[in-house]
Design a protein around this ligand. Structure first.
Ligand SMILES: [Cu+2]
Length: 256
């Protein structure tokens, strides 16, 4: 998704029409340069001693219907996943670019409930997007959302059913299932199209950034927030990026 694509097309047409009959076309190279964009690539890594994670506490009685007969349930805690070379998964990186706002997609974005987990664990959508909360399990679930700005709801989703909701405001929304207390996920609503969620080893990539210094924010559900700057050169070059997050002290401060 390149937000500059329509702009590029317009410039290209203007250039072709204007260039043919004229000899002096001094303005055109400058216009073409304005469409240069860069790709920010890098990693987010954990700083400090990697904490041990306990498996999720799941009572067998509660897990009935979560998995097919004979298949055990995955007890991995997804709230802090650290991969290769201490890369951190599920960090949301958003880059603000003046006058560029994300457009809501026409199709709904999907968040499933599968083997008693929300899939994916972190979903990022543009403001105004619609989400379909599915249930692929043989057990009922409920989607209980805890928004800061959008309308809260607590909705049962029967086997094979879905619940649809639209999120008009930027937000960081925790989602839980009251029937399976270990089920937790996050829905992040942004107004910028320049956003990435780090992969299992902390890698991210955001394309289409115009030249300049851009304010960016890192956010992780346990590690909190950090402000960073991403510099895109006039030629679109961006130096490889490495950001670090560490475990905050348990001081009860808000993490959203
Ligand atoms: Cu559930």
């Amino acid at each position: 998704m390149n937000p500059f694509l329509p702009l590029l097309t317009v410039f290209a047409t203007t250039f072709q029409e204007a260039a043919a009959p004229r000899v002096l076309v001094a303005a055109e190279p400058a216009t073409a340069q304005a469409a240069v964009t860069g790709t920010a690539k890098g990693r987010v890594r954990f700083e400090g001693e990697v904490p041990e994670r306990k498996p999720l506490a799941i009572e067998p009685e509660r897990a009935k219907g979560c998995t097919p007969e004979g298949e055990s349930i995955d007890t991995k805690d997804e709230s802090l996943l650290i991969g290769k070379e201490n890369g951190i998964a599920n960090v949301v990186l958003t880059v603000e670019v003046a006058d560029v706002k994300a457009k809501a997609p026409e199709k709904p974005v999907l968040m499933d409930q599968k083997k008693c987990r929300f899939e994916p664990h972190v979903v990022v959508i543009p403001a105004g997007a619609t989400v379909e909360f599915l249930n692929s399990d043989q057990a009922p679930h409920n989607v209980h959302i805890f928004p800061l700005k959008n309308e809260p709801f607590n909705q049962t989703v029967a086997v094979g059913a879905k619940h649809t909701a639209t999120f008009p405001k930027t937000d960081k929304i925790q989602i839980k299932c009251d029937l399976h207390p270990w089920m937790k996920s996050w829905l992040i609503v942004t107004d910028t199209p320049f956003v990435a969620v780090t992969d299992a080893d902390g890698n991210f990539e955001i394309a289409g950034l115009p030249p300049g210094e851009h304010k960016a924010t890192l956010w992780h559900e346990e590690l909190g927030k950090a402000q960073v700057t991403i510099a895109v050169g006039a030629d679109g070059k961006v130096a490889p990026l490495e950001f670090k997050l560490s475990q905050p002290k348990k001081d009860g401060r808000a993490r959203r």
